[in-house]
Design a binder for this molecule. Structure first.
Ligand code: WQD
Length: 323
């Protein structure tokens, strides 16, 4: 199948591109390179430099017998989304509407959407399943939920079959080092720890150690980006074979705390990685862990590389290139 991967030069997007090519698909990457990197572009994929907010560039990309779209292009900083909602509304929601309209004009009806655990908000029970109440705590999560609701209408009215994949915490790098781009000025835990380990950041600030968790620090469901990427291939197969849409969690089901990741990183990198506990970060829940039983049942998906050592080892293999 010819798949257009929008955001395919990004950290997760480029891993999805490699997985789609490995599964025998033809891939064209569409990216504005606002955060995606040219170094992440995969040799087997064509590249269109375009922006989802400009419909003409989208129509041109879709005209080349595209049969499915994977959309991962979004701004994702939860904190920034609360200060600049207009930026997130315009790009995340407005941009996706442009994509959907360009797709229906071109007769493309398979859509894989990068959604997020952020649609759930504060957990009311754990592990989180797909029936958990959806009350996003930040505008970023709101944009993801709004897009999922739009997709329901485009399925009913325009026959767009979609898979909304609710990622928990993506981490790690492909073991074959097919992707080697580093996120600039990361806010997520593992890239921050890697930046401290390679000496470009002085210390890790631990956002609170007084949570009701086994060691007081925040627990999250980290899922290896290669596991996530495989989930996209399986989701495309699913909607193609079943002519049906679904929303599904992609999580490893095992929670890791900040301190557990930090100690694994110190051991694997052999670096001190200085850390200091500071106040809690606004909006952080104590624990967020998924059940991916539904993903297993529908997509046949399960996390295979999401143990703490694989997450840290595969990250360090890439980061230590940039010492
Ligand atoms: C993880 C844990 C922090 C940085 C975010 C988005 C979410 C999704 C994944 C897109 C928490 C702690 C972190 C640091 C720390 N993104 N931490 N010091 O907040 O769980 O989720 O990324 O879909 O939508 O909200 O990820 O990596 O920021 O935090 O102590 O410098 O690490 O408190 O417990 P988060 P994170």
């Amino acid at each position: 199948m010819h798949v257009l991967v929008i955001g395919g030069a990004g950290y997760i997007g480029s891993h999805v591109v490699t997985a789609l090519i490995a599964a025998g698909n033809r891939v064209t990457v569409f990216d504005n390179l606002s955060s995606g990197l040219r170094i992440n572009l995969q040799p087997g994929a064509a590249f269109v430099h375009g922006d989802i907010r400009r419909p003409d560039s989208l129509r041109a990309a879709l005209a080349a017998d595209v049969e499915a779209v994977v959309h991962l292009a979004a701004f994702k900083a939860a904190g920034e989304s609360m200060e600049r909602p207009e930026k997130y509304a315009d790009n995340n929601i407005g941009g996706t509407i442009q994509i959907l309209n360009a797709m229906t004009e071109a007769g493309v009806s398979r859509f894989i959407f990068s959604s997020s655990a952020a649609v759930y908000g504060e957990p009311e029970y754990l592990p989180i399943d797909e029936d958990h109440p959806q009350k996003p705590e930040n505008f970023y999560g709101f944009t993801k939920l709004e897009i999922e609701r739009l997709l329901g209408w485009y399925d009913t009215l325009k026959g767009v079959r979609f898979a909304a994949l609710r990622y928990f915490n993506a981490a790690g790098y492909a073991p074959d080092e097919s992707v080697v781009g580093l996120e600039q000025n990361p806010a997520n835990l593992l890239p921050v720890i890697m930046d401290v380990a390679r000496g470009v950041r002085r210390e890790l600030q631990i956002f609170g150690d007084d949570y009701e968790t086994r060691d007081g620090t925040g627990v999250r469901d980290y899922v290896h980006v290669s596991d996530l990427a495989r989930g996209h291939v399986q989701a495309l197969d699913y909607i193609d074979k079943n002519d049906a849409s679904l929303a599904v969690n992609l999580g490893s089901e095992s929670g890791l705390s900040v301190l557990e990741i930090l100690s694994a990183a110190r051991w694997i990198t052999g670096r001190e990685i200085p850390a200091r506990t500071v106040g809690r970060r606004a909006g952080d829940p104590a624990e967020l862990v998924a059940t991916s039983a539904f993903a297993r049942e529908t997509l046949g998906w399960k996390a295979e590389l999401s143990d703490v050592d694989s997450l840290v080892e595969t990250s360090w293999k890439v980061y230590r290139r940039y010492l």
